[in-house]
Write a protein that binds this ligand. Structure first.
Ligand SMILES: Nc1ncnc2c1ncn2[C@@H]1O[C@H](COP(=O)(O)OP(=O)(O)O)[C@@H](O)[C@H]1O
Ligand SMILES: [Mg+2]
Ligand SMILES: [Zn+2]
Length: 457
């Protein structure tokens, strides 16, 4: 850490510091995100020791566990993502693109908690919008009668002085990038300000035991700091995602000290705000058209839940010297691998074909279990033959073309069965793993991609 008052060059995306300006951040690889900043006043970096350290108490590894009290928000999708409710004194960072619905989600959360019979005090502090703007939203969401305490403020000192005296249960800071402390010389939104403000607010949340939500905009420009510079300071990091033009919104836990990560909550953005989606599979498959080549249904797992999604591929002769590969919602390296396996192990010629891959509905999936579904969609598009509409598929593909088993096959099958699918293409069952055959479904176990092609033809 630099000495107090020295100039540093700090990446606004990841917070890495450099002695000199440079165009690209070595730490996160982003371009043009490095900005000159005066360091110091960061709360945790510039203290002078006043007294000697205290002797630590050591305890045995075993002992009575403290029970974590959880405050259920009543929004089931949020409760599940947070690990079963909000923990007192915990800090939750909610990141996402501007306009995705963070303010909406948090206003709804805050109102829901404030409405509880227990009379929790909920504070919504907006640094971004004026009182009237928040009121208009509250009215539109029909939450204007809820006893939420609303203020428009950006000075962290004022906020802290106010909350010190309060009996707050939940505090929402929307957004951390608008907050400032006079002691820090950088502008609001810079890494130094964002960190210092967050540090002070977090300290108070821990002391007073309220749940603190920090809203953080994800930014591509280097002018304001992204939520990543705060990830290590908070207990839970939730990202709110969605594609423009789609009304689904996914709340994803990427870090959670009090619950599982990779859990997702699914919402739909409507006029009256965010509505929980109880059956995401039905939603993601709603616009699917049967009997079209290049489409197949992948039975995936998101967090603790099975989710069925449609995978679409379009393979068409290329007009370029090197064929185009474009992917939305999946890993492009993974697609390259699947295509290479199809070429090398099955003799398919894809080098003269453009390949487009899309996960319908705007969901981003990261499971290798989708390999087989991707391969199937590509084969179906290339041969212009549709798959049976009532089939689901899952399995990981290895480099030699073998199809590997994936986690939780039975939950995947169960969800597919629930949604009326009659056929499933799956990896072979191994050794002691047991596939539940009590569902009334035809299950085709396929050992390698060559056999998949034979099965399909
Ligand atoms: N009058 C409206 N009717 C329906 N939806 C609206 C209306 N106004 C805003 N929205 C939705 O709310 C979104 C903005 O949400 P907001 O919570 O302000 O996002 P964030 O806080 O993440 O920037 C818009 O993108 C739009 O989808
Ligand atoms: Mg907002
Ligand atoms: Zn960086």
């Amino acid at each position: 850490m630099a000495k107090k008052g020295t100039i540093e060059f700090v990446c606004q995306t990841c917070g890495a510091a450099y002695p000199k300006w440079q165009g690209k951040c070595d730490s996160c690889g982003e371009w043009n995100t490095i900005v000159e900043e005066k360091s110091g006043g960061e709360g945790f970096s510039n203290f002078t020791p006043k007294s000697k350290g205290r002797i630590l108490d050591f305890v045995p590894l075993s002992g009575a566990l403290e029970k974590v009290e959880r405050l259920e928000t009543g929004i089931k999708e949020l409760d599940r993502v947070s690990g079963g409710g909000l923990v007192a004194g915990s800090v939750i960072l909610v990141g996402g693109d501007p306009g995705i619905g963070k303010s909406t989600l948090l206003l709804q959360t805050c109102a829901k908690i404030a409405n509880k019979a227990e009379g929790y005090e909920c504070y919504y502090i907006s640094g971004e919008e004026a009182i009237d703007q928040v009121r208009i939203r509250a009215k539109r969401l029909e939450l204007d009668q809820s006893p939420v305490k609303l203020a428009s403020a950006t000075g962290v000192k004022d906020i802290i002085a106010t909350l010190e005296k309060s009996n707050a249960a939940v505090v929402i800071i929307d957004s951390i990038q608008t907050m400032y402390l006079e002691e820090v010389e950088s502008t609001p939104g810079s890494v130094a300000q964002v960190r210092a403000c967050a540090y002070e607010l977090i300290k108070l949340a821990k002391k007073k035991g309220f749940v603190l939500f920090l809203v953080g905009h994800v930014t591509k420009q280097g002018s304001i700091a992204g939520p990543r510079v705060l990830e290590h300071m908070v207990d839970t990091v939730l990202y709110f995602e969605g594609e423009r033009g789609h009304h689904f919104r996914i709340l994803r836990a990427v870090k959670n000290r009090y619950g599982a990560t990779d859990e997702i909550g699914v919402f739909e953005m409507q006029d009256k705000g965010l509505v929980e989606v109880e059956n995401p599979s039905a939603l993601f498959l709603a616009e699917r058209q049967g009997n079209i080549s290049g489409s197949c249904v992948f039975a995936g797992i998101e967090g603790s839940r099975p989710v069925l999604v449609e995978i679409q591929a379009l393979v068409s002769p290329t007009g370029y010297a090197s064929p185009k590969r474009a992917v939305v919602g999946w890993d492009s390296n993974r697609l390259a691998m699947v295509l290479a396996v199809l070429e090398a192990r099955c003799g398919m010629n894809l080098s003269s074909q453009d390949v487009y891959l899309n996960i319908a509905g705007g969901l981003k999936i990261s499971e290798p279990a989708a390999d087989l579904a991707v391969a199937m969609a590509v084969i179906s598009s290339l041969t212009n033959k549709p798959l049976p509409a009532d089939a689901v598929i899952f399995g990981e593909i290895g480099l030699s073309g073998e199809i590997r088993s994936v986690g939780q096959p039975n939950s995947r099958l169960k969800e597919a069965h629930k949604l009326g699918f009659n056929n499933a293409i799956t990896p072979p069952t191994h050794g002691n793993e047991k596939k539940n055959t009590s569902y009334d479904m035809n299950i085709y176990e396929i050992g390698n991609v060559q056999r998949l092609i034979n099965w399909f033809n």
